[in-house]
Design a protein around this ligand. Structure first.
Ligand SMILES: *[C@@H]1O[C@H](CO)[C@@H](O)[C@H](O)[C@H]1NC(C)=O
Length: 439
């Protein structure tokens, strides 16, 4: 048993998808699914102590931010909808984004912040505020990567617009058949890029020249889907140059920024950086074992510790996770299994139960290692150490897995199962990695 050196932070690169390799039965992270899962399990805003960074299109214009929704001078029925949803004050990102989005003359915006910081509510509010219900044509277009994500946004708009019954919404999603060549009267259309493009060009349901607000949500997910990226650009080309353009993304890579700057002219840029995961408050150990069964025995010996608070156990493949969960259950332990073969809704239900403490131990693969905060987790077990396709130590995934414990200054523990010369080598690489970058 050994104690790792600790580090003081690292660059968290998101979206670099680790392939779980092996016999190909590992779970791949699907960005759109991950985003949906986050929306399904999120009940409150994420904690984030970073400062919002604002880069104005015109640095000489005054910078407005609001601390209350009342300051935005919304239509009373819209304000009522906002409060009815339980939003009392604007979130950090909304404080800056809302006055910009509602400004006259209009401003373009690129906003980047992680999931759960209030982006969807922000642009839903902007769209609802923007439309003139007396004009019976489509005025706002909102593009999302998938059918499910479009529905999620639609739900927010419907709830928020509950007291604005004259504002109508349509979903441009596959299978939603429309009368061709009869122009839509819905003020807001939300959908996936392919269907929106068809509705604008092939079926002529929407006159793109009459669109005055264009929202592109989850740009990072969108550009990871090649077809979507190109279709979004094609939709964008149909619009008037003076249409207000808003783009949202959960991540910050150069590829997203390049795309964003290509589609959004003269943008204001708002960023709320993710709180970095750190290993500072986490005690890390490894346990030497001989093979799988030996690791299992070691885990059973630890079991009493696992259930003091809550624990997550990571395996390399679905198969291993399935075996481990079954074996633990056979020993009489109550565990939950989260695996990529489950539908998103099923996964959300498992995480929900775990968050509520119905199960204390969650066995999973990498599908769960990103973006999902369960604050009660105080112990993470790497039943299999994280490795990339070439079998090298996957330092980033390690940080993501372990970073789930010890969040927001809590104390956490991590136990690594080392079962071969090879995995000893991997744990040494990880140790070296996190000691190297600490200075
Ligand atoms: C992780 O860090 C170690 C030590 O710095 C390095 O040898 C290894 O290549 C890194 N792994 C990957 C996948 O980059």
């Amino acid at each position: 048993k050994n104690h790792f050196k600790k580090n003081t932070g690292s660059n968290v690169v998101q979206n670099k998808i680790p392939d779980e390799g092996g016999e190909g039965d590992g779970d791949k992270v699907d960005l759109a699914e991950q985003s949906l899962l986050n929306k399904l399990i999120r009940h409150s805003l994420v904690k984030n102590r970073n400062q919002v960074e604002v880069q104005q299109a015109d640095p000489n214009s005054p910078l407005f931010s609001v601390k209350t929704f009342q300051e935005l001078r919304l239509k009373p029925e819209l304000l009522q909808g906002v409060f009815n949803m339980g939003f009392n004050r604007p979130s950090r990102i909304q404080e800056n984004a809302l006055p910009l989005m509602l400004a006259e003359p209009h401003q373009n915006l690129i906003a980047q912040s992680q999931s759960g910081t209030g982006k969807t509510a922000a642009f839903s509010l902007a769209m609802l505020s923007h439309v003139n219900p007396d004009n019976t044509w489509t005025q706002c277009l909102c593009v999302a990567p998938t059918y499910e994500l479009a529905l999620q946004i639609g739900q927010v708009i419907e709830q928020m617009g509950k007291f604005c019954p004259s504002v109508k919404l349509a979903y441009a999603i596959r299978g939603n058949r429309m009368d061709r060549r009869v122009k839509l009267q819905e003020h807001i259309v939300i959908g996936t890029p392919g269907t929106i493009l068809d509705w604008c060009t092939k079926y002529k349901l929407i006159d793109p020249k009459k669109i005055t607000m264009f929202v592109l949500d989850e740009a990072d997910v969108m550009i990871a889907m090649q077809g979507h990226r190109d279709q979004s650009i094609r939709i964008h080309r149909l619009l008037n140059k003076n249409c207000q353009m808003l783009l949202f993304s959960a991540t910050f890579e150069d590829s997203v920024m390049k795309f964003a700057e290509r589609v959004i002219p003269d943008p204001n840029i708002i960023r709320l950086k993710r709180e970095e995961e750190t290993l500072d408050t986490i005690k890390q150990f490894y346990v030497l074992c001989r093979e799988k069964e030996d690791k299992f025995t070691a885990l059973c010996n630890l079991y009493g510790c696992l259930t003091i608070a809550q624990a997550m156990i990571f395996c390399h493949t679905r198969k291993m996770a399935g075996w481990l969960a079954c074996s633990l259950i056979k020993e009489g332990h109550q565990v939950a299994l989260l695996s990529g073969e489950m539908a998103v809704e099923q996964r959300a239900a498992v995480i929900e139960r775990f968050k509520n403490g119905r199960e204390k131990v969650l066995v999973t693969t990498n599908v769960c290692s990103r973006g999902i905060d369960v604050e009660q987790v105080s112990l993470v077990v790497n039943f299999d150490l994280p490795v990339d396709v070439e079998g090298n130590a996957d330092n980033e995934t390690y940080l993501h897995r372990i970073g789930r414990t010890g969040r927001f200054g809590r104390r956490g523990f991590a136990v690594n199962m080392v079962d071969s010369e090879n995995s000893m080598e991997i744990i040494k690489q990880i140790e070296m990695h996190f000691s190297e970058i600490s200075f």
